[in-house]
Design a protein around this ligand. Sequence first.
Ligand SMILES: [Zn+2]
Length: 155
Amino acid sequence: MGRPPYTVEEYQELAEGRGLYFLDLVAPLSVREDCLWKCKQCGHIHSKSFRTVQATKNGCACQNGMALAAKDYYELAEKLGIGWLDVIPPKNTKEETRWASKKTGRVVVASYKSLVYGNKISLRLKGLLELNNVSEQNGTDPDRADKYELRRVTV
Ligand SMILES: [Zn+2]
């Protein structure tokens, strides 16, 4: 009946091809069972089955500039402590949209992609949106630095 379950190595191999890390130490018994993956780019943790990951070209929405829902934009804004001003999300994550600093009300035009990578946000954007530098808080540990641990500058 069917093939034996995939091994951890096979999960890791699939993860590699999709820009993900396979986080679980033990492979699930079924390819339909959800397990944990982490996006190499944005650090987002996904709970997906082997089959689901296998069926997609990229492991995470951030990697292919695909369309995201308005709620994803609101979620990112909330994580950063800023506001998202548009109501209709752009066609993809590379297209620019409007954000605003909650403190100064300054409107900044930037893509989702340019804001989603936590510690990789440009200094210009950090300055415009008054985002604190993640590395101050998290040192150089890359595993922690990519978890959007951005704080607003408090005065
Ligand atoms: Zn991602």
